[in-house]
Every structure is written in C-alpha cells, then in structure tokens.
Ligand binder design. Structure first.
Ligand SMILES: Cc1ncc(COP(=O)(O)O)c(C=O)c1O
Length: 363
C-alpha cells in the first residue's frame, strides 16, 4: 500500500485507530462545553495572548508540581516544543544521546541542526537505556540526553534510581536532559528529572495522549527560567497556538482529577484484553508487559511475517490501523508492530478477535 495514512483518512470514521497512540477514551464533557462556548463567542476571531491563554501556563506547571523557577512556552504540540529546543540549543558539532527504538521525529530534528544522534540499541532486556550505556556514550560534544519516559514504542519507564543515575551523568558532564514526558500520566510511577537536576532539565509536554488532544496540536516546552528568554526568541510561532485548543486544554487540566484515573483504568484493561488474546499465538510475544504507556510492541519476528504486510492486511481487510515497527526503529523495525489501545473497548475486542486469525491466515 502506497500511503496507509491517506487510505485510512479516506475511510476515517470506519477505521479503528491503533496506529499513532492517540486517545479516544472518555475524559470530561466540560472540555467539549468550553470549546463549544468559545466557538459560539467566536474567540477564534482574535489572536490569543502570545504567552498563551491566561492561566494555562500556570496550570501546566502545577500539573507537574514545578510552579517555581520554571517557564512554559505553549507550542503546537510537543513535537514543536522539541523543534524549538533543538533549533535554539544545538550546534553543528553537538551530539544527542537517544535510544533505538524511539520517537524518531525528534532524531530528525537533531539531524536538521547538523548535530549527531547517538542511538543506543534498546530492543533487548530491560528495553530502555541503562545508566551505564548512557555513560559510555557521553563525550565532550554531548549536548543532550533524550530521555523519553515512558518510552514510545516499548512502554518501558525508568525507575527513580535510574532517573537519578542519568541526572548524575548530566551533572558530571555538563549535559542537558530533554525529559520527554508525553506519556507520563500512563506510567505506574514516574520521576521527573527536575527532581534531581532542575537547572539542566527541559521538558517536552503534550496534551495529545493523556487528554486525547492529538488533533488539537497543543503542547509546551518547559524550561528553567534562566534560559527562558533565549528559548522564546526561537519560538516557531510568535502568534501563539490555536485558541480553541488552549481553551480545551485549560478545561482538561482543571478537570483532570475527575477523569484521569478512569481513563487510565480503561487503558490498562484494554492492554490486558489484547495480551490475553495474543499470548498463545506461536511466534508472537510482548517484549514489555504491562506497558507504562497507551501502546505496546507486539513482536512478530518468529512468525516470519513482515510487519508492513500485517499492517496492510489489518487495514485493508479489517479497517484496523496499527503501525509497522520501521516507523520507530530502522534497526529493529522488521521485528514488530506497535499498537495503541486508548480506544473504546469494543474496538479493542475486535482487534483481539481478528489478530490471531490474520496471523494464521497470512502464515
Ligand atoms: C515521545 C513523543 N514525544 C512527542 C510526541 C509529539 O506529540 P504531540 O502530538 O504533542 O506533538 C509524540 C507523539 O507521538 C511522542 O510519541
């Protein structure tokens, strides 16, 4: 299939979207009400305040418990936050330490700055970077450690001890940490690098996954006040981000305590349904379970089937859109597919019921 995304978007409403870790589970009806109210008042006629909708920045910092000493730049998604950061801080000779598999668009941003990306292979136990491996890779040109925690696509997260160890490396080598916390709310426990090295932590924050706002395109770059002025000079959009997204995001954070637990519970239930359905298929296994995110990797290497073919058959025959591994790993992409499960339970059950049959038929 030439363009799976075009195909899927043409049939948008019929598709079960398990391909991009988006989240369609219930949050709060108040979010919709606030957005509709803003539409009725035609708030979109005006530019938003450049620093973001009043109060939103404070809510983001409060969400992380870092109200003091930090600033948040509101961006069009976490991906723009990473873009601004790499543009502002990376020079030609710099390198960035990251994992493989990983969320590769950030690696591409690093390369755009003519900087080097040093990928640590993590498709092996413990399926995340170890403190020792990072230590071995750091050199005098290292500018950042890209810590995606929890990790897309594997679903691993770092223990407090590991985060502390990584922060110590950053401290000892005068290196910054990009703490990409896009999936933080899905983790069983999570430690921010700001707990140990607030002065060298820059956080990529997203509303896409936890709040189900992927189409809204809203996120933030969170940084120590000392570098805030310089980073703001590099903002990709000096006219702020979509006002409706910001109104919704504010409502989402204000109501988060009412819906987050229920949403996470359903997400965890969904991954259990899939595990149960696929664990006895010969040649198929889950390298990481339970996942600390809203996705996991299904290893299909021993079936001898190509992940891309599995993606195509699920999409064309069943309207189920999963992602072949090569989107998140050049080295290991032929071994797995990635599926996300923050979708309504009946859709999860449909995937669970057809996956075995698809694998057996293709074999
Ligand atoms: C690790 C990671 N960081 C950042 C992003 C970008 O998210 P956003 O939709 O906020 O741009 C994603 C999206 O999948 C991601 O997986």
């Amino acid at each position: 299939m030439e363009d799976a995304f075009k195909y899927a978007h043409e049939k948008e409403d019929e598709i079960i979207w398990m391909s991009q870790n988006t989240n369609e589970l219930d949050t709060s009806p108040i979010i919709n009400l606030k957005i509709i109210e803003a539409v009725k008042k035609r708030k979109y006629n005006l530019y938003p305040y450049q620093q973001g909708l009043l109060g939103l920045k404070e809510l983001i910092l409060k969400d992380l418990g870092i109200e003091e000493n930090f600033d948040a730049l509101i961006t069009n998604g976490g991906i723009e936050a990473a873009y601004v950061l790499t543009r502002a801080m990376l020079d030609k000779r710099d390198n960035v330490i990251a994992s493989d598999p990983s969320f590769l668009p950030i690696h591409r941003q690093v390369k755009l700055c003519d900087a080097e990306i040093k990928e640590i292979p993590v498709y092996k136990d413990p399926y995340r970077m170890t403190v020792e491996e990072i230590n071995e890779q750091v050199d005098s040109n290292t500018k950042f450690i890209l810590l995606i925690d929890p990790l897309n696509p594997l679903g691993t997260s770092y223990t407090r001890e590991e985060v502390k160890g990584i922060c110590e490396i950053a401290e000892d080598n005068d290196v910054w940490i990009i703490d990409d916390i896009t999936y933080r709310d899905f983790a069983y426990e999570h430690t921010l690098t700001t707990d140990f090295v607030p002065e060298r932590s820059v956080l990529v924050y997203s509303f896409s996954k936890n709040c189900g706002f992927a189409g809204m395109r809203l996120g933030a770059l969170i940084m120590p006040n000392e570098i805030s002025e310089e980073i703001h000079r590099w903002r990709a959009n000096p006219l702020s981000a979509n006002i409706l997204a910001q109104v919704g995001a504010k409502a989402a954070l204000e109501t988060k305590s009412q819906w987050m637990d229920g949403m996470i519970k359903q997400s965890r239930k969904n991954q259990g349904i899939i595990k149960e359905a696929i664990e006895d298929i010969p040649g198929v296994h889950l390298p990481v379970y339970p996942s600390s995110t809203n996705m996991f990797v299904i290893d299909v290497e021993e079936t001898g089937l190509s992940p891309e073919d599995i993606q195509s058959v699920l999409l064309e025959d069943h309207n189920i859109f999963v992602r072949a591994g090569n989107y998140v790993s050049k080295r290991f992409g032929e071994k797995f597919i990635r599926v996300s499960f923050t979708i309504p339970e009946p859709q999860v059950r449909k995937f669970a019921s057809v996956f075995t049959e698809v694998i057996e038929r293709m074999r």
